[in-house]
Design a protein. Structure first.
Length: 537
């Protein structure tokens, strides 16, 4: 695999130190009145956060390797149970009470700790499951054995783990399934708790941590579980430690995410594939008909042409000014992706994410390549995803697709092959099945949760974080926002080029260190708002 260079957020080049030396430094600074070390004093400053992170790194890396060795494919109950049990032990060892919240599927794990400083409650969302693995496409030894590598001459070369402490380097990477998505962030969070304990710091709010073990399946049981356990999950803010940072690799906050709905659209042709020589020009080809259906959904600029698809979405000048604060390098982005120009949905990359999207994620009809045959296929299928924004009604957008198909003269058969009667009566036949995974969410700038996290990251890195209004991807957080009224913000920590969901997933060590510092800053930042009665539980 070729190395992709990333820009590091400064300062990350920190070498591990012995914890005893940090404890001694803490005691000496406390004696001379350094801020941030008294239980009642202000939170620790930038240098102290960096020092505490440095001390935490050796044990944090060992914990990361331990966690990555536990397989975590959510399709296997034994994987789920092993990770739930590991999480229970980790949080219990750090003074949390834990309980499993039943969902009808894999449980959620709720860990709580209250150091008695404030009645404010903060909920943190962490994910521990991972995508399936195909060991054939991973470089050895296995996807569940963490390997340390560094780039040499454009290739990744293995570095012995024994060299880690002696020769720390932020550009080295840990390769393993879920290193970035999302066991890395979980271990960053645990390491920050350890650093707090070492330095005698207490939580400035009541902390609740909810752990999800089926996020990679779309968290299908989460919405009902949130409703069933709404009292236990009530909070003043929700921080989501997940996802990659801005392409600059600078500290980042994300205030929203698009939701997702999926459609499977199938056009039916002959009962079985037919010889194209015998029946070409006579039997309609479902692949051609499907192509025309799809082409009719968008214009040449990439805009969806279904009437009303963008209704309700307003990007005014004030919003554009907010979006312009995100320092995207769009020419570099297009070069990295390999396109000459983007679709014309918005005036910028960030503006394009404020609108719902309609994407063909897969097409299938007959055979291709060396298996191609001279036939008219029996069916042609398109897999479509619709990314939702906060203003979107998913059922309405799905209805627009359905109406478009019907307007082209298709009779829709619900979820089955056409009957002989339907084949005889209707010249155009199709089926459309859909699933709504979860909705979008977005927290407005300036909310107490926004001020809280912006202050924490500014303290950690001595400069304000990049703030992104909406990210393009989807995470199953909307039930917390929509059902519980909890403002949610994503705190991404991993490198963008991490091979997420793919073979040879990796986590840059500089991001791992900065992620510990980020979590430590958040865990020591007092929440600014007075809690509402509904959240003081």
């Amino acid at each position: 695999m070729h190395h992709t260079e990333t820009r590091a957020c400064a300062p990350t080049g920190i070498a591990p130190a012995r914890r005893g030396s940090v404890r001694l430094a803490v005691m000496l600074l406390a004696l001379i009145g350094a801020p941030g070390l008294s239980l009642a004093g202000p939170p620790p400053g930038t240098e102290m956060l960096q020092s505490a992170t440095r001390a935490a790194l050796p044990e944090a890396v060992a914990l990361l390797r331990e966690s990555l060795a536990i397989p975590n494919d959510p399709r296997f109950p034994e994987h789920v149970e092993a990770n739930v049990a590991w999480s229970e032990a980790q949080f219990a060892a750090r003074g949390f009470s834990t309980r499993r919240l039943e969902t009808g599927g894999p449980p959620l794990l709720l860990a709580e700790r209250n150091d008695g400083v404030s009645t404010n409650a903060v909920l943190v969302y962490l994910q521990l499951d991972g995508q399936p693995v195909d060991p054939e496409f991973w470089q050895p030894p296995t996807p569940y054995e963490a390997v340390l590598k560094e780039a040499r001459d454009g290739q990744w070369q293995v570095v012995p783990w024994r060299d880690f402490e002696a020769d720390w380097h932020p550009e080295r990477r840990v390769f393993a399934r879920s290193a970035a998505d999302a066991k890395g962030p979980v271990v960053m969070f645990l390491a920050a708790l350890d650093a707090m304990a070492d330095d005698g710091l207490v939580l400035p709010y009541r902390l609740k941590v909810i752990m999800d073990f089926e996020e990679e399946l779309g968290s299908p049981h989460l919405p009902a579980a949130v409703l069933a356990h709404r009292e236990a999950l009530a909070a003043d803010a929700l921080a989501i430690f997940d996802g990659p940072m801005h392409e600059s690799n600078r500290p980042t906050l994300v205030y929203g995410a698009r939701g997702i709905a999926t459609i499977t659209l199938t056009v039916f042709g002959p009962r079985v594939p037919q010889h194209s020589g015998h029946y070409g020009n006579y039997v309609p080809n479902p692949a051609v008909r499907l192509a025309r259906l799809i082409a009719g959904m968008k214009d040449d600029s990439g805009r969806v042409t279904l009437p009303g698809f963008y209704d309700g979405v307003v990007v005014d000048e004030a919003t554009r000014e907010l979006l312009a604060r995100t320092p995207d390098d769009e020419p570099a982005l297009r070069r990295r992706i390999g396109i000459a120009e983007p679709d014309e949905i918005g005036a910028s990359y960030q503006e394009s994410l404020q609108y719902p999207s309609l994407n063909v994620r897969g097409l299938g009809a007959a055979w291709i390549g060396g298996e191609s045959r001279t036939i008219i296929p029996a069916t042609a299928t398109a897999e479509i995803d619709i990314r939702l924004v906060r203003e979107s009604d998913p059922l309405r957008l799905i209805g627009l697709v359905e109406a478009h198909v019907a307007d082209q003269g298709y009779h829709l058969v619900p979820g089955h092959e056409p009957t002989e009667e339907e084949r005889a009566l209707h010249p155009r036949l199709a089926s459309l099945e859909y699933e709504i995974s979860y909705g979008a969410f977005r927290t407005d700038y300036g909310e107490p949760a926004s001020r809280w996290l912006e202050s924490a990251l500014t303290r950690a890195f001595a400069s304000p974080p990049i703030q992104i209004r909406t990210m393009g991807g989807s995470i199953p957080i909307s039930p917390f926002v929509n059902e519980l009224g909890v403002p949610a913000i994503v705190v991404p920590t991993v490198n963008l080029d991490n091979n997420q969901h793919s073979p040879n997933e990796n986590l840059r060590l500089g991001n791992f260190a900065d992620g510990i510092r980020t979590a430590l800053a958040v865990l020591t930042e007092p929440f600014p708002a007075s809690p509402s009665p509904s959240t003081r539980r």
